[in-house]
Design a protein around this ligand. Structure first.
Ligand SMILES: [Fe+2]
Length: 188
């Protein structure tokens, strides 16, 4: 058990009261659905952990520091994206691959917009809005660089489950069910 695991579990519990971006599910429902999709589709434990915690920068961080929120009044030179802030928070506590996948989940959206016809059109209005704040569609040079990364497939998988994890009322395992797994994963 670590102080960080306790902090994350408390923040996740609190995120039940927050809407996920401009979407129709809560932050907690979104996190549980994303983690469960990863688990059900056979992702290994590191990728499951990254999926469960991918939006930690939205609910475990002072939101005045976050640039890519829907309240763009916050955005300024001193702010950074929720993906970077979340990855920085977790990096000392989780395997490098977990933090990397979280850091890259906005870039994975920018990547898919560039390489997959129709992907942008399927994004929700909120996700299109934050896409602009996150740098917009990747350039061909950015695509080529990103595509070379050894964990590219993990980042793209997380992104697709992220997109799917917005189903109103979908039953999932509870936060309590995930707690032992989270404590194990966030303990380095
Ligand atoms: Fe998400």
């Amino acid at each position: 058990m670590t102080a960080m695991a306790d902090r994350l579990l408390a923040a996740l519990a609190g995120s039940a009261a927050r809407r996920y971006g401009g979407e129709v599910v809560s932050e907690l429902e979104h996190a549980l659905q994303c983690g469960e999709l990863a688990r059900d589709r056979g992702a290994d434990e590191e990728l499951q952990l990254a999926c469960l915690l991918h939006d930690v920068g939205r609910y475990a961080i002072d939101q005045s520091l976050v640039a890519d929120t829907l309240e763009t009044a916050h955005a300024g030179a001193a702010t950074r994206g929720h993906h970077d802030l979340g990855a920085d928070l977790l990096a000392p506590w989780v395997p490098e691959r977990v933090a990397w996948c979280i850091r890259m989940h906005a870039d994975a959206k920018r990547y898919l917009c560039a390489i997959e016809p129709g992907y942008f059109d399927r994004l929700s209005p909120a996700s299109r809005h934050t896409l602009r704040l996150q740098g917009g569609v990747m350039s061909p040079a950015e695509v080529a660089h990103f595509a070379e990364h050894r964990w590219l497939r993990d980042a793209v998988a997380l992104r697709r489950w992220d997109d799917e994890a917005k189903v109103v009322g979908k039953p999932t395992r509870s936060l309590e069910d995930w707690a032992p797994f989270l404590r194990r994963g966030v303990s380095r």
